[in-house]
Design a protein around this ligand. Structure first.
Ligand code: PAF
Length: 283
């Protein structure tokens, strides 16, 4: 039977468990998660195992990236099941601090990312989000000091923000973004997919279908804004309330008018029923 990963609950314990790895010169990969693990997370773990000798998965539902009206309270928490999955995946260690450990009394620092964090995409609808993400990810990076950290591309703006933050703060690690894992019908895997009713689940792949169609048409030379307008209408027809469907420069997330101006990423966010889904695709 596979060995369960060691679970660290305090920074002191985490560091004492990591220090023998370092003493032996073993590389460390971190996979930051909020738990409720699915196949997408397992793909991140596999990539982490490919890139480093030791793999740490953090499980922490970070309160500071949720606004009061959002789903922090109801966000799926399945710690015991997650540990089973990570045992099967042969992960070395789980870093699972309580909120009081991550943010002890008197905690008073918040990172305010700029650039891609202010692109007018997720930040427009969740203004608190990237400050919370950047702060907790900076903490995870300093707590674990990994050689490499693996994130999913599904949260594309988050990936750009975290990559920029690691660069700007001279953090000595490599941030890797891994291709989104999808259901057979194209729906991007997400811990929030459990919120979808059967009917909503039936409509949900329309987001990816629209991204694919828009990407193909833009690649073929059709005007970007016209293609996006039609994409937006298509998403609305599939019972979604659209937050945005945009074409942006894939690295800076600045608006982009033509395929000649750089690599393009299409990004979408929309609500179906009470569930907000995001997705993205390169052109
Ligand atoms: O993508 C997530 O699961 C979270 O935003 C992260 C990166 C673990 C930070 O809380």
């Amino acid at each position: 039977m596979a060995q369960r990963p060691t679970v660290a609950r305090t920074v002191a314990k985490l560091r004492s468990l990591l220090s023998p790895y370092r003493a032996r010169g073993q590389s460390i990969a971190l996979v930051p998660t909020m738990g409720a693990l699915h196949r997408g997370h397992l793909a991140l773990v596999k990539e982490a195992q490919r890139r480093a000798r030791r793999v740490v998965v953090s499980i922490f539902v970070n309160p500071t990236q949720f606004a009061p009206h959002e789903d922090f309270g109801s966000y799926p928490r399945r710690f015991a099941a997650d540990i089973e999955v990570l045992t099967e995946a042969k992960v070395d260690m789980v870093w699972a601090p309580a909120a009081e450990v991550m943010y002890p009394d008197g905690f008073a620092t918040r990172i305010a990312p700029q650039g891609a964090a202010l692109a007018g995409l997720e930040d427009k609808f969740r203004p608190h989000f990237f400050g919370g993400v950047a702060t907790v990810v900076a903490k995870l990076f300093t707590q674990v000091s990994p050689d490499v950290a693996i994130f999913g591309q599904k949260d594309y703006q988050q990936l750009r923000v975290v990559t920029q933050m690691a660069k700007d703060l001279d953090l000595p690690l490599k941030v890797i973004g891994l291709k989104t894992v999808r259901e057979k019908d194209g729906l991007a895997l997400s811990s929030r997919n459990v919120y979808l009713s059967e009917l909503e689940r039936g409509h949900a792949p329309a987001l990816y279908r629209t991204l694919e169609e828009c990407a193909a048409r833009i690649k073929a030379g059709e005007p970007i804004e016209m293609v996006l307008e039609e994409g937006r209408a298509q998403i609305a027809l599939a019972e979604f309330t659209l937050d945005y469907l945009e074409a942006r420069h894939a690295l800076t997330l600045a608006p982009i008018a033509s395929v000649k101006d750089g690599p393009i990423r299409l990004l979408v966010a929309a609500k179906i029923g009470k569930t907000r889904l995001i997705d993205n695709l390169g052109v």
